[in-house]
Design a protein around this ligand. Structure first.
Ligand code: ATP
Ligand code: MG
Ligand code: FE
Length: 338
């Protein structure tokens, strides 16, 4: 089964051709990072315009690289939310056009489900599973009882982990998106600042990163006022250790209440090497019976391959959209089959 997938929820235009949900024939990604960088974040209007310019180029490229034609395809999958409405609309419109012109079924995909199913390129997902989903806009623990069933058991009350990385990056003078650079810097420093670990003792699976962000910014500003030079690598290492400690501790807590076969790590922040290593170590020590499936490093960020992987599961389960499909910027996991 061949699925053509579109992703355009934020600042990556991506088109992929996926075979049987877990084999990448092509995965073309056009990122706008270079033009968004000077704004220090993503400007929605700029994003939409880039998607419009890129989507047909990416489509032609994806088909060519995969060496397939429209007649070979079995379905078209597309991200319809959550994300920026104008950005989403470009992918949704392109997918609808292809589905209509070539009489193919249209599969609506939730972007966050896509992030989770990126792990499929590493190995099959075993249910029940727990997903630690950490990205630029979300930080959630999701319980997956079976395919297409998503239950958010905990989430951030304020900033997402990736958002916190990007915001403290600005204070350090690191370009957007700052996660990767801070990760690299953290490996050269030590946890000397003892930043807060929020909600660690609370009996729930929720997160909060705004206190950590404020503590970080206050520390840097205070040092500036008294003309004190702070070690940037130690600052990065201390921030990162706080994020990792909280993510790992909450995940361990969740595993006690939700016994699963597998733990999935996914989302843009799942590319964090410190987090990947910490989770591997603690799982080996405490839950050697639970398999740990980490999204491949190259597929943690936004891409259409992951939409094809999630789209394939939905396709098999008979989920379809018609040509009235619209973008839903605040889409939630809605397709819970009990
Ligand atoms: P969402 O998926 O919630 O809609 P998004 O699509 O904008 O948001 P992603 O593309 O999934 O977010 O992830 C991007 C985020 O990941 C950015 O905040 C970026 O700083 C962060 N990130 C990328 N690499 C790393 C890393 N190595 N360490 C920490 N954070 C990282
Ligand atoms: Mg992005
Ligand atoms: Fe994303």
């Amino acid at each position: 089964e061949l699925i053509l997938a579109f992703e355009s929820s934020c600042d990556e235009t991506s088109v992929a051709v996926i075979e049987n949900g877990n084999k990448i024939l092509s995965n073309v990604i056009a990122t706008q990072i270079n033009s968004q960088r000077r704004f220090g974040g993503v400007v929605p209007e700029v994003a939409s315009r880039h998607h419009i310019e890129q989507v047909t180029i990416c489509l032609a490229d994806a088909l060519q690289r995969a060496q397939v034609d429209y007649q070979d395809l079995d379905a078209v999958a597309v991200t319809y939310g959550p994300g920026l409405v104008g950005a989403l609309l470009v992918g949704v419109t392109a997918a609808k056009a292809v589905a209509f012109a070539h009489n193919l079924p249209l599969i609506p995909v939730n972007h966050m489900a896509g992030h989770i199913y990126a792990a499929r390129f590493r190995g099959e997902i075993e249910f029940p599973a727990l997903a630690l989903l950490v990205s630029g806009g979300h930080t959630e623990l999701v319980y997956l009882k079976k395919p297409n069933s998503y239950q958010i058991i905990g989430e951030t009350r304020d900033d997402a982990a990736g958002e916190a990385y990007d915001k403290i990056g600005r204070v350090l003078g690191i370009d957007y998106p700052a996660g990767k650079k801070i990760d690299e810097l953290a490996h050269q420093g030590k946890d000397t600042f003892d930043f807060p670990r929020a909600m660690l003792k609370d009996d729930n699976f929720d997160f909060s990163f705004s206190g950590l962000k404020s503590a970080f910014i206050n520390t840097v500003h205070h040092a500036e006022q008294v003309n004190q030079q702070l070690n940037q690598a130690d600052l990065a290492a201390s921030f990162q250790q706080s994020v990792i400690d909280v993510l790992v501790a909450k995940t361990m807590h969740a595993l006690q209440q939700y016994p699963v076969k597998q733990l999935i790590l996914a989302g843009g922040v799942a590319a964090n090497t410190g987090l990947r290593d910490a989770l591997s170590a603690v799982m080996k020590k405490k839950h050697s019976d639970v398999s740990l499936l980490k999204a491949p490093l190259s597929l943690c960020g936004d891409n259409a391959a992951m939409i094809g992987a999630a789209g394939h599961v939905a396709f098999r389960a008979g989920k379809r959209a018609d040509l009235s499909l619209n973008a839903d910027p605040s889409l939630e996991f809605d397709w819970i089959t009990q």
